[in-house]
Design a protein around this ligand. Structure first.
Ligand code: PLP
Length: 383
């Protein structure tokens, strides 16, 4: 008995393994300061839950079109135009089972075995596995040196004849980096010059504290070569609902439609009605959540720096990525020590690629009380 060869090099997300370990500790009655997660600190808004209950009581429980219910896709077109500056028609939008599914079908739609895919590193862990699953090769673009030496120069230097596409995530997980408009323009110019596809991951589009969120597909000449992936998980605290969407033009959308049809045959119908309701949440409510995240970020980053865990101020998302090499040079050891000694759960930076070594990732999507308690526990680590 053996598995398909294309799974040989594919790992099982370390993040999920850590999440399982924390659940085990908790089940054994041990308190854990949980900074390892990637979930909003608030619950799904009531109006969204009500919309799903309403859909159930109205018996909206049958197969939906595999690419998504029409009212949701129409509302998404409006959102893409008004908030992202991406001009799209209904046929350019597809509903997926979360952002992860959108990315999965995007990679499947564009990568052939032997292709290279460029990605800025450190990167969100599953991306490497998703590329490898297509028997394609991830080509790392170290983010710090790219910023130091110039994005264009670095992309030109690392580009290979087999490069098919670039994964472009802003705001970025795990570093919280937000690419500037000029940086987006440089990536776009490179993609156009060399005829590359861009897979844009905008999961954290609503969590930008400094600078602006620029959707790369909104730049001239980019809509036709970009598959942009979104999720309801982060903005609306809907991680467990499993709904997201992608925007793309043909030929890519034809591929996405086939892949969604044969992977999930669409997202559960009541969840889609709930997502439609989510799009009516006012921007003022999203902005006040953002402000709450900003306060948590400032509290955490200040606390980490006070402890000598040097941390740049992340401009977006809800993660801090301090340097921890002064505790131990291997971040896996540091994360294990923090968890064992003071029950502080973090993610070792190395799981986000070699460029993340020497760091651990903290999520500040937790309550201010949990944040303060976690910082107190960390102080004990150093005494
Ligand atoms: N992209 C990034 C960078 C993420 O961090 C995540 C979730 O952590 C996702 C996409 C996908 O989220 P989901 O599958 O919950 O929509």
């Amino acid at each position: 008995m053996h598995l398909a060869k294309r799974l040989d090099e594919v790992g099982f997300s370390d993040i999920v393994q850590i999440r399982n370990k924390v659940m085990e500790l908790r089940a054994a009655g041990q308190p854990v300061h949980a900074f390892h997660g990637g979930e909003p600190f608030f619950e799904t808004p009531e109006s969204i839950k009500d919309a799903s209950t309403r859909a159930l009581s109205e018996n909206r429980t049958r197969y939906a079109p595999s690419s998504g219910i029409e009212p949701l896709r129409t509302a998404l077109v409006h959102k893409l135009q008004s908030r992202n500056g991406i001009s799209a028609a209904v046929e350019d939008v597809i509903v997926t089972a979360g952002g992860a599914h959108a990315l999965y079908v995007a990679f499947q739609a564009i990568l052939d075995p032997g292709d290279d895919m460029m990605l800025f590193a450190p990167y969100w862990t599953p991306i490497r596995d998703m590329i490898t699953m297509e028997q394609a090769r991830p080509v790392m673009i170290p983010k710090s040196s790219a910023r130091r030496n110039g994005i264009t120069e670095t992309l030109e230097h690392l580009s290979t004849p087999n490069t098919r596409a670039i994964y472009y995530n802003t705001p970025q997980n795990p570093s919280g980096l937000v690419f500037s408009r000029q940086e987006a323009e440089e990536v776009a110019a490179f993609a156009i010059k060399h005829n590359r596809v861009v897979v844009a991951d905008e999961a954290y589009e609503d969590l930008v504290y400094e600078g602006e969120h620029v959707s790369i597909a909104s730049l001239p000449g980019m809509a036709e070569r970009t598959i942009t992936c979104y999720t309801f998980s982060k903005t609306y605290a809907m991680t467990g609902w499993r709904i997201g969407y992608a925007a793309a033009k043909d030929p890519f959308m034809t591929g996405l439609r086939k892949l969604v049809l044969y992977s999930t045959n669409g997202v559960s119908t009541p969840t889609q009605w709930a997502a439609l309701e989510a799009l009516t949440v006012p921007q003022t409510a999203i902005a006040s959540r953002r402000e709450e995240y900003r306060q948590r970020r400032d509290l955490l980053v200040e606390g980490l720096n006070e402890l000598g865990l040097e941390c740049d101020l992340p401009a977006g998302a809800f993660y801090a990525f301090p340097r921890v090499a002064k505790i131990h040079k291997e971040s896996r050891r540091v994360a294990a020590m923090l968890l064992d000694k003071v029950h502080v759960a973090t993610i070792p930076g190395v799981v986000f690629g070699a460029q993340g070594e020497g760091h651990v990732r903290f999520s500040y999507a937790v309550s201010p009380e949990a944040l303060r308690a976690g910082l107190d526990a960390l102080r004990k680590f150093f005494v």
